[in-house]
Design a protein around this ligand. Structure first.
Ligand code: KG4
Ligand code: ZN
Length: 334
């Protein structure tokens, strides 16, 4: 089955061609530079840019895959959660495209797409497995069963892990998105330089807003000269300290959940799963505990349409095609 995946939930315009489990093309056009001067995604700017990019990005994917649109069997598209104006561009395009080709349309939950990204990079975990979804908008610990049963064990009560990286990076003057910049600098810094808070909540819920506030106060409570010196001489150390705080919390939660649920397989997905320290530490969890740990290839951690096509194809196989009245759901949950 040949499936076109389309993803426009935030600031990346993405299209992919999926061919029975093989990704034949995976095109992502990032708007990072557009949003950098604002320190985050500006919804109006994002939706306009999706409108400009969606057709050329889909064309590029079809060309890369050497596939004629007429050969497609289905179109899978993200219909939530995300920015309403951004989702609407992808969904409107996908509806019209599917209708023009007279093929089924399937709406995909963006978070389910991230979960299914583990199947793109074999060996895919058997169900059930424990999945940590960590992105710019979400931090959720989920037990993934078969037949699209997702049991949410916990989620963030305030900021997402990626949001914490992005907000702290802004305080450090590192631009947007902040995760990759912090990751690169942290590799050269000392994680013990400053002890930033690691919030541990009773259940499997997360909280990262305290970390951002703590960094804010750490910088604010110093003289201008001292702050400048710290940022000039110890930025790598500060990045390493922040990264250690976020990664400690995530790894602890996974270890705890493994103990509580007898999970035999764990996956970490989403943009923050690209973090080099988190990847290393999760590998170590696998080595210590003997459980299988899957972390997708970097290209499938960040927002992409291959994961949307993968999840959509599974849904179609289970008879879950969407009606032409499918609408965006900006607050869609798992
Ligand atoms: O999954 P994603 O591409 O988009 C959302 O669905 O939100 O995740 C984007 C998030 C951003 O917050 C970005 O800073 C973070 O993932 N991120 C990272 C790294 N690469 C991306 N965070 C930490 N380390 C990285 N290497
Ligand atoms: Zn995402």
């Amino acid at each position: 089955m040949l499936v076109l995946g389309v993803e426009t939930s935030c600031d990346d315009t993405a299209a992919a061609v999926w061919d029975d489990g093989t990704v034949r093309a995976n095109v992502v056009s990032s708007q990072d530079e557009l949003h950098e001067e604002y320190g985050g995604v500006v919804p109006e700017v994002a939706s306009r840019d999706h409108q400009r990019l969606v057709v050329p990005v889909v064309q590029r994917a079809l060309e890369d895959a050497a596939v004629d649109a007429a050969a497609l069997d289905a179109v899978a598209v993200t219909h939530g959660p995300g920015l309403p104006g951004s989702l609407l561009v992808g969904l409107s395009f996908a509806k019209a495209f599917a209708q023009g080709l007279d093929v089924p349309l399937v709406g995909v939950n963006h978070l389910e797409g991230h979960v299914y990204s583990v199947d793109l990079d074999p060996p895919a975990p058997d169900r059930p497995f424990l999945c940590l979804i960590v992105s710019g908008g979400h931090t959720e610990l989920v037990r993934v069963g078969s037949d699209f049963q997702h049991d949410v064990l916990g989620r963030t009560r305030d900021d997402a892990a990626g949001e914490a990286f992005d907000k702290v990076a802004q305080l450090f003057g590192l631009g947007y998105p902040g995760g990759p910049a912090i990751d690169r600098r942290a590799a050269r810094g000392a994680p013990t330089f400053q002890d930033f808070p690691r919030s541990r909540l009773d259940d499997f819920d997360f909280s990262f807003s305290g970390l951002k506030t703590s960094v804010l106060y750490y910088l604010r409570d110093r003289s201008d000269a001292e702050r400048e010196r710290l940022l000039a001489e110890h930025l790598d150390d500060l990045c390493a300290s922040v990264q250690a705080a976020v990664v400690d919390v995530l790894v602890d939660a996974v270890r705890h959940a493994v103990g509580e649920t007898d999970a035999e397989q764990v996956a970490v997905v989403g943009g923050v799963a690209a973090n080099s320290s988190l990847r290393r530490r999760m590998e170590a969890v696998g080595d210590d505990t003997g459980i299988d740990v899957s972390v997708p290839d970097l290209a499938y951690c960040m927002d992409n349409a291959a994961m949307i096509a993968q999840a959509g194809a599974q849904r179609l196989a289970a008879g879950h095609a969407s009606p032409p009245t499918l609408d965006v759901e900006s607050n869609l949950q798992l």
